[in-house]
Design a protein around this ligand. Structure first.
Ligand code: NOJ
Length: 700
């Protein structure tokens, strides 16, 4: 049983519990372990597990922000730092990575995901696992990882958290599963099923998912833990009539540890006595848990790295802050930059305005041991580097604990107080440029943080429009856990930056990009909708029989809307730099690729602007005909290329026949001969295309 924190060591604990959740701190974990080992009969060390999601004390940008770095290496480094800080505080295992693919940004947990692409999600899931675990989880400063929420949790209907999911096996295998498989192939030590029902059966008690796929097909031999109270929830789902039935279903499906709820403890013995759960099943679960404790080295050293002196030295140390700053800068996505208003110049006078200008609310709800007071605000990041005038003005941050009435009156319908808006006039009249820091509070995303209106609070938009009418260039910086509807904000801004929830060093990282100390290189890993009505929205969609010839609303009887374009406001892969790049046409080494073979695709990339910059060159493929309809584009590779102004470079990709396979239910990974399109370009909308044919040399 996994017990949540907030307990005292007592007989109940020593006789029933094998792991502790959410309890951290070297002194506390050492004390509990010591007492437990003294009192318990079997002397099997406790496993301390908690949610270290994007940092422990030094908090990095939330995963969706980190993902926009397009840098698995960076994610691996941040996970290694998180593991180091957590391990000295007595943590043995983290409930990370979250490998859920997300297509609907109403879902609050989009902030914890790495986006909408199975290829990138897989690279990131592996990177997190490598960072936490290294090659050996027993090594100093390493912790075990638990991939979650298996599977399809991110496809919650209508974006409502915990909602049901209905996903075909074809979609599961080709979109939702790959990142989980990648984490497992990288050695991830635990799996947590989702809260959701998948195709009618909750994941916690879904034998096809846990036994057929996870255990049989993927050969996963480590423990599976339920999500928090998920066993209790089997009755609410309507799968089980009682907690006893729920325990039976969960244990027999293969849940080894129950999180927070206590049905295994309460009903396990009876179920075994009645033959409803076999001793073989219980032994197998126990063996998996013991093996994990052994692999962590807990039988030799039950405290592992827990050390109060090391905590002092390691937590939030200079190197960790430096990595947090670098990752905040790399996760910023420049969405608009008219008239080269950015980067800022040293001699310019800047008015800094808005609810996030000097706000330490830069961590999300998984801030772990991160502290708001240790965060660097945007004002603090900018202050010593340029002439910045902070106009505190009116408080615009809406209280997240709003009532339904407030959402629909105060937030959406009440105009901003005129006196409050006037208070900015003096600051604005004396400046060259305005930086306006807007967004949604961190608590508006995350678990159970779904929104039906993914807009900026109305007062903020009003302020933006008002400042924009002043004629001064407005650089809008958006702090949010999710993509918001930004059409109006983009139109009213000269420049627009998506800063996500940037973590402890957020203000410094964003200031680095604004001032050009760091060059913007972030790219979106999730599509930004024009309006919530377009959701779910993702670039790698299947084609329809009636695709639009162009992105317009007037073409009737083709797939789309009569009142909105199909295209996102900002597509997957999008992000500007301070320079411009030109791509030549694609050169292929061969027009034919044979089974088992490869071809080369090359382009020439030139920096045609006046700034140096890093371009993220993206490779997409499309399979034109097959047993299943295939996505209109699929990311299959990317390279980051740094070029000085005027510099050119050849960028090449190797296309292997293996990259052309896909998972056909009942057949496994399959290679289908035929024609393919290959795209190399700036983002998922690129039309820079070449074609080739796959031929099969032998029948499989
Ligand atoms: C519930 C969340 O769904 C899961 O992601 C988390 O790891 C557990 N609670 C434990 O905090």
């Amino acid at each position: 049983m996994g017990l949540h924190y907030g307990f005292h060591i007592n007989r109940f604990l020593t006789e029933t519990t094998g792991s502790i959740l959410g309890m951290v701190g070297a002194r506390q974990t050492i004390a509990i372990q010591k007492q437990y080992l003294k009192d318990s009969k079997h002397k099997i060390p406790l496993l301390f597990m908690t949610d270290v999601i994007h940092g422990y004390r030094t908090i990095f940008p939330s995963p969706l922000g980190l993902a926009c770095s397009w840098s698995p290496e960076l994610i691996e480094q941040t996970a290694a730092v998180a593991a180091k800080e957590a391990s000295v505080s007595g943590v043995h295992l983290t409930f990370s990575p979250m490998a859920d693919l997300v297509r609907d940004c109403r879902w609050g947990r989009v902030v914890e995901s790495t986006g909408e692409d199975p290829y990138l999600n897989s690279l990131y899931a592996s990177a997190f696992v490598r960072g936490y675990q290294g090659d050996d989880v027993s090594a100093p400063y390493k912790i075990a990882s638990c991939v979650k929420h298996f599977a399809g949790y991110g496809a919650a209907e209508s974006g409502k958290d915990y909602n049901t999911t209905d996903i075909s096996e074809y979609q599961l295998r080709n979109f939702y599963f790959p990142a989980f498989k990648a984490a497992i192939d990288s050695g991830c030590k635990m799996v947590m099923p989702g809260f959701n029902a998948l195709n009618g059966i909750p994941c916690t008690a879904n034998p096809w998912l846990i036994q057929d796929i996870l255990r049989e097909e993927w050969k996963f031999t480590d423990p599976v833990i339920t999500d928090c109270t998920a066993t209790y929830e089997l009755t609410a789902h309507g799968l089980c009539a009682s907690n006893k039935e729920a325990a039976q279903a969960a244990i027999n499906t293969g849940m080894d540890i129950e999180m927070v709820s206590t049905t295994f403890f309460e009903e396990g013995e009876n179920l075994a006595a009645e033959g409803k759960v076999s001793m073989q099943t219980i032994d197998a679960a126990v063996e998996r848990i013991l093996r994990l404790k052994d692999e962590l080295g807990l039988f030799e050293n039950p405290y592992k790295d827990a050390d109060p002196v090391a905590e002092e030295k390691i937590h939030l140390c200079k190197e960790h802050r430096a990595l947090a700053r670098e990752s905040a800068a790399k996760s910023v996505v420049l969405l608009k930059n008219e008239h080269h208003v950015l980067p800022l110049h040293k001699n310019e006078k800047i008015a800094l305005i808005g609810p996030y200008a000097d706000n330490k609310n830069l961590l999300d709800i998984w801030k772990c041991q991160g502290k708001e007071e240790e965060c660097v605000t945007l004002l603090e990041g900018l202050r010593d580097r340029i002439q910045v005038f902070y106009a505190e003005g009116c408080a615009l941050e809406e209280n997240p604990a709003i009532s339904y009435e407030e959402v629909h009156t105060v937030d959406r319908d009440t105009s901003c107080d005129a006196a409050c808006l006037n208070s900015y006039d003096a600051a604005v009249s004396d400046c060259d440029k305005i930086i306006l820091a807007l967004g949604e509070p961190a608590s508006w995303s995350g678990e159970a943080g779904s929104r039906a209106h993914i807009t900026l609070p109305k007062k903020q938009l009003e302020l933006l429009k008002r400042l924009s009418a002043s004629g001064k260039p407005v650089i809008t910086v958006i702090f949010s856990g999710r993509p918001l509807e930004l059409s109006e904000a983009a139109a009213a801004s000269t420049a627009l930056l998506q800063a996500w929830l940037p973590g402890t060093e957020g203000g410094n990282g964003i200031a680095d990009v604004l001032t050009g100390t760091s060059l913007p290189e972030g790219r979106l890993t999730i599509s930004f909708p024009r309006t919530v009505g377009q959701l779910p929205l993702y670039y790698n969609a299947l084609p329809t029989g009636r695709p639009k010839k162009s992105d317009s609303i007037t073409e009737r009887f083709s797939s789309g809307y009569i009142d909105e374009l199909n295209s996102p406001l900002y597509p997957f892969g999008y992000g500007l730099t301070y320079t411009t790049f030109q791509y030549s046409g694609i050169r292929l080494s061969d027009k034919v690729i044979k089974e088992g073979g490869t071809i080369e695709a090359a382009i020439t990339l030139t920096n045609t602007g006046t700034f140096p910059g890093t371009e993220t060159v993206q490779l997409y493929l499309r399979d034109l005909a097959g047993a299943y309809s295939r996505p209109v584009k699929m990311l299959k590779g990317f390279q980051k290329v740094f070029l000085s102004p005027g510099e050119s470079r050849t960028v090449d990709f190797t296309i292997s026949a293996e990259m052309l396979q896909y998972d056909i239910p009942g057949h496994g990974m399959t290679l289908e001969p035929g024609d393919f399109q290959l795209f190399i370009g700036v983002d998922s909308t690129t039309a820079n295309l070449a074609e080739f044919t796959l031929v099969k040399t032998r029948e499989s």
